[in-house]
Design a protein around this ligand. Structure first.
Ligand code: NAD
Ligand code: DAU
Length: 336
């Protein structure tokens, strides 16, 4: 299949591209703006593949998108492109509105008016449903986003659904729970805690650390998106949640044990404003299509710790660069 993958230089997008190129024999064009989170390093093992092409450009730029559609003549567009960090959306929401609202609109218009209409898959998040005390969200649960990140992702989902209802664009949406694995930017809980633990830095747990997340390995989420692309019904939404839920403080304790760090490095810091307490997804609908997660959290986390330990070439340029200033702003202290 010929694919146009937007945001394919990021953590999950590059995992998806790798699977499609190497396991499915697809022809893949990536369109990516290369924000701080987009990295050509993530193409390290397939950059020279004859069926792979990279174009630098933004989804909110109609010229960039038209160029990518012309160059790739895609049978499907898969949109991962997003600003993805909740804390950054609280500090500076602008880019979130631009990429999620305007960017998704520009991409949908290009798909709708293309000579050969491609299928369209929007990659979305469990955060559109808000927080849930007990039980799990289904695709029919009300949308109650709580941060500028999740509110703009929700807006993008609604726009995608409107293009199906109004223009019959064959679009699907796949909503994932919290991802982890290799190549995740170290602003997110798991890679941040692993690198801080390995460096002897403090481990900043927001509030009481009893917030619960539903962890899914990025390879499992990427396969779920591929499954929805191949087997999903146009107009439908599919949740893809991980097999395990865990409170943040327990995740951090596992990382302390796996890295040989000390529990005395754990520090409870000011809570995130509007912090969602618990996410949990029911994935019965995508499971009925034949997908299921393969990686349990305990094993996947051990492998992820080992990957960061063994791949300093990947994170060293981040940790020694602009990220240090971000960290200082966000946590009010310098990295060691
Ligand atoms: P990421 O931050 O690692 O990567 C995002 C990618 O999008 C980067 O390569 C970036 O350069 C690119 N990008 C950003 N704005 C762009 C724009 N305007 N035009 C073109 N490219 C742009 O993100 P990720 O964690 O890989 O998330 C990918 C998608 O999956 C997002 O849509 C996110 O909302 C969704 N998601 C993420 C998680 C998670 O836990 N990380 C969970 C569920 C859903
Ligand atoms: O649920 C899916 C979402 O998961 C995705 O849509 C988002 O793109 C992704 O960033 C992620 O959002 P979270 O806010 O859940 O992830 P984050 O890694 O930022 O935080 C996970 C939990 O850990 C959350 O409860 C906040 C807490 N946390 C996070 C950081 C960075 C801390 O306690 N300390 C920290 O330093």
């Amino acid at each position: 299949m010929k694919l146009l993958v937007c945001g394919g230089a990021g953590f999950i997008g590059s995992t998806f591209v790798r699977q499609r190129l190497l396991e499915h024999g697809d022809e893949v064009t990536v369109l990516d703006k290369l924000t701080y989170a987009g990295r050509t390093e993530n193409f390290h093992d397939f950059a020279e593949h004859p069926s792979f092409r990279f174009l630098r450009g933004a989804i909110e730029d109609a010229g960039d998108v038209a160029g990518a559609i012309d160059a790739s003549a895609p049978e499907a567009v898969v949109n991962f492109a997003a600003e993805t960090h909740v804390d950054r959306s609280i500090a500076e929401p602008d880019a979130f509105v631009k990429t999620h609202a305007l960017g998704t609109y520009v991409l949908l218009e290009a798909a709708r008016t293309a000579r050969q209409r491609p299928r369209y898959v929007q990659v979305s998040t469990d955060e559109v449903y808000g927080s849930i005390e007990s039980g799990s969200f289904t695709e029919d649960s009300p949308l109650r986003p709580s941060s500028p990140y999740s509110a703009t992702k929700t807006g993008a989902d609604l726009l995608v659904q409107s293009y199906f209802h109004t223009y019959e664009l064959p679009a699907t949406i796949c909503r994932g729970s919290n991802n982890y694995g290799p190549c995740q930017y170290p602003e997110k809980l798991i890679p941040l805690m692993i690198l801080n633990a390995l460096h002897g830095d403090s481990l900043p747990v927001y509030g009481d650390g009893m917030q619960v997340r539903n962890w899914i390995h990025a390879s499992d989420f990427a396969r779920a998106i591929g499954h929805v692309l191949e087997h999903g019904v146009a107009g439908e939404v599919y949740n893809a949640g991980g097999p395990d839920e865990e409170a943040n403080i327990d995740v951090v304790r596992r990382i302390v044990a796996a890295t040989g760090a000390s529990e005395s490095q754990i520090e409870h810091v000011r809570d995130r404003p509007g912090h969602d307490r618990r996410y949990s997804l029911s994935s019965a609908k995508v499971r009925a299509l034949g997908w299921e997660p393969r990686v349990r959290f305990a094993q996947g986390l051990e492998q992820t710790v080992a990957w960061y330990r063994d791949n300093a070439w990947w994170w060293e340029p981040i940790r020694s660069g602009e990220y240090r200033a971000y960290y200082q702003r966000q946590y009010g202290r310098a990295l060691g």
